[in-house]
Design a protein around this ligand. Structure first.
Ligand SMILES: [Zn+2]
Length: 398
């Protein structure tokens, strides 16, 4: 079988599906229109299909003609609360919602892999689970699907798992990239409410001003990162939201801010979760105020098994040529809930260049209202997923 050529033959269908999905972006765990489009696209294929209970996921199982390993392929399906700025003739039809992270390509690409592999069902040495996942963008979609049994959807645990994410600015169009070991960071959220006592801006000694105290916390968090963690231990704390007050001469009762936290090691994640909370509480106490501080653990680090990442690299090189693969020189501090699948199942995640303009380094990044993805790469993405499944099943259970 030549999956690359077979994918090229269904390229127009995949592009049409991607553009249909692009027009109906949906956020979170409930993606009814997207789910309906996926079910329609899979209709007629020899798949065992089930849909989620608590979320609009689609799980499809393809039974190969011969016994063998279970390979799970994953595509996430959700969009973002972003207002699209695009000149394309297919744009979001939902106000304020956009497929700004390219998950429409992931969904269409996974449908493509399902079509390619279904055509060779009899020749497959194992089963394939297609995981169409809602709620990647901070809604724990993977965790919900794991709780509902996606990793055992074939009746036995998955032996290997692969997922692909398009990028507009990390690598040139058509280039695949991954790395052995840690690839993406763990994420956490710090939520702080500094509670003081408001008053007149001209007489601060009669109030308990939360604004300078909250500001001190923001800068002290940066000191925490540089003074309490090794320089060889990557930690990012970014305060992306900070709100207090209404007018310059009124001291407010409260100041609130939120930070996103990124780490790689379990030790760093534990340490920052504990120390950031204590730091904020103690700074408030030092000034006679109080602070309500919450720390949420979000996604764990995405860690590829070394042999699986090497297998992805070899497969890309053999199928598409050496020039289509580059190894990621370093991990990214982005986070991804495919990490939860990789905690249980050996496998690899990978990025795939889909920049719509000439120079990816100048392109608007994923999540930007101007992020644009070239769907001419879709067929190759589908071919790679299918190829990984076929080759991995051919290796048997290891
Ligand atoms: Zn994404």
């Amino acid at each position: 079988m030549n999956l690359r050529e077979e994918a090229a033959a269904i390229r127009d269908d995949l592009i049409a599906l991607r553009r249909e999905l692009h027009r109906i972006p949906e956020i979170g765990l409930d993606l009814p229109k997207t789910q309906a489009a996926v079910l329609a696209a899979l209709d007629g294929l020899p798949l065992e299909i089930s849909t989620g209970e608590g979320l609009s996921s689609v799980t499809a199982v393809l039974r190969g003609g011969r016994p063998g390993p279970v390979v799970l392929l994953r595509g996430d399906m959700d969009a973002l609360p972003v207002t699209e700025e695009s000149e394309a003739d297919y744009v979001s039809g939902h106000d304020g919602v956009m497929h700004a992270c390219g998950h429409d390509l992931h969904t269409a690409g996974l449908v493509g892999a399902a079509r390619l592999l279904s055509a060779h069902r009899e020749a497959l040495n194992g089963d394939v689970v297609f995981m169409f996942q809602p709620g990647e963008e901070g809604f724990d979609g993977a965790e919900h699907m794991i709780d509902e049994g996606v990793l055992e959807a074939a009746g036995r645990p998955a032996d290997a798992a692969y997922g692909l994410h398009v990028t507009s600015d990390m690598v040139p169009r058509g280039v695949f990239t991954t790395r052995p070991g840690p690839m993406m960071a763990a994420s956490g959220g710090l939520f702080v409410r500094v509670v003081g006592s408001g008053g007149h801006g001209s007489r601060p000694h009669r109030a308990l001003d939360p604004v300078p105290v909250a500001c001190e916390m923001v800068t002290a968090l940066q000191t925490l990162v540089t003074r309490r963690f090794s320089t060889f231990e990557p930690v990012v704390v970014t305060v992306g939201s900070f709100h207090a007050g209404t007018k310059r001469n009124i001291i407010p009762d409260e100041a609130v801010f939120e930070a996103t936290v990124r780490t790689f090691s379990a030790e760093a994640a534990d340490q920052v979760a504990e120390q950031s909370v204590k730091l904020c509480e103690d700074i408030a106490a030092a000034h006679g105020l109080s602070a309500e501080v919450r720390y949420d653990r979000e996604y764990p680090a995405t860690v590829n098994r070394a042999d699986e990442a090497r297998f992805v690299a070899e497969t890309v090189r053999e199928v598409f040529g050496d020039e289509r693969y580059v190894e990621m020189p370093e991990p990214t501090m982005g986070a991804e809930d495919f990490s939860l699948v990789l905690q249980s199942v050996p496998g690899s995640y990978m990025f795939f260049g889909a920049c719509a303009s000439g120079d990816h380094e100048l392109a608007a990044a994923n999540h930007s209202p101007r992020a644009a993805f070239d769907d001419s790469v879709l067929a190759d993405g589908a071919a790679l997923l299918a190829e990984l499944a076929v080759r991995r099943m051919g290796r048997g259970r290891v």
